[in-house]
Design a protein around this ligand. Structure first.
Ligand code: ATR
Length: 283
């Protein structure tokens, strides 16, 4: 529901469990910005009409976009930034002069969190991604833009990994990119030299896990990350920690993608600590 003081919101379906209202409301309060951020349930078939109505209302500053609209919204916007176009998805829309401008802060949010919190610089690094969905694509593009040395993508359905790698190779022809089936992990030698391992699959949701993950192959300095933030410590990260590896939890990507969106809408530096604390109160 859009409340009277709402200038910002998130659209999706289902949207009830989104943590963005909590995080963004805390940020708005911290900066004494006296308007609200709500969540709005929008069904796929309602999206075109919803967008038309929003465009006519200069009161709104913008909104976040989540499943299932991140891709379909692109054709309804007036401008989509080059990076969101490459990713093929928009998670942040800015409303300016009745124009709807689309951005994607997911990949940037991941990298920014990683740099600030784990002091990890992707430049010249060897990186393994598990999963080949939308999140993997957003993160891969940022890692490649940061000139990582090599990126290997493993996916349950090999074809999807292959398609993603072919697409990425067309944009980044000078970086080594390889696709594998997830069940080839144990036999491949990609993990041995990995500096960063990122699980972008939904496997950690509801506490599920990988069977027989070849942990012994990872070097001691490899950072292990999961983009799932509920639970914060997924079985994958718990296993990594047990083996003494440094972990990077999914809340950082959530906070930093939100912070970047906040900065696009308001022009103010986002109070990242406040946003993170608001999240922790619900985790
Ligand atoms: P998102 O936009 O969050 O990345 P997505 O596009 O639906 O979501 O992608 C989900 C990812 O999780 C995919 O890589 C998917 O693998 P497939 O492409 O083979 O379906 C992966 N995934 C989901 N459930 C999985 C499971 N049980 N085991 C392994 N991978 C799984």
């Amino acid at each position: 529901m859009i409340l009277p003081k709402t200038k910002l919101f998130i659209i999706g379906h289902p949207i009830g469990h989104s943590l963005s209202p909590l995080m963004q409301t805390a940020a708005l309060k911290k900066l004494n910005l006296r308007y609200g951020y709500s969540s709005v349930e929008v069904l796929p078939e309602e999206l075109p009409l919803f967008i038309r109505k929003i465009r006519q209302n200069p009161y709104y500053l913008g909104f976040n976009v989540t499943l299932p609209h991140k891709e379909t919204i692109i054709s309804l916007l007036d401008y989509v930034c080059p990076e969101a176009n490459q990713i093929g998805a928009v998670n942040t829309v800015v409303l300016r002069n009745k124009q709807l401008l689309g951005f994607n802060t997911d990949g940037n949010g991941f990298i920014q969190g990683l740099k600030l919190n784990s002091k990890f610089e992707p430049f010249d690094k060897n990186i393994v991604l598990l999963g080949a969905g939308g999140a993997s694509r957003a993160i891969a593009i940022k890692l490649l833009k940061a000139n990582c040395q090599k990126l290997s993508i493993f996916n349950r359905h090999f074809n999807r990994a292959h398609e993603l790698v072919s697409y990425l190779k067309s944009i980044f022809p000078n970086i080594t990119l390889e696709a594998f089936a997830l069940d080839a992990l144990a036999d491949s030698n990609q993990l041995e030299n990995a500096d960063l391992l990122v699980n972008t699959t939904s496997i950690g949701l509801k506490g599920t896990q990988f069977n027989d993950f070849p942990w012994a192959k990872l070097k001691a300095s490899c950072i292990v990350s999961d983009i799932v933030y509920n639970p914060l410590h997924t079985p994958f990260l718990i296993e990594a920690e047990k083996r003494g590896l440094t972990i990077f939890t999914g809340d950082f990507m959530l906070v930093h993608q939100g912070a970047l969106a906040f900065e696009l809408w308001t022009g103010h530096k986002a109070p990242i600590k406040t946003m993170h604390q608001a999240l922790y109160s619900k985790m």
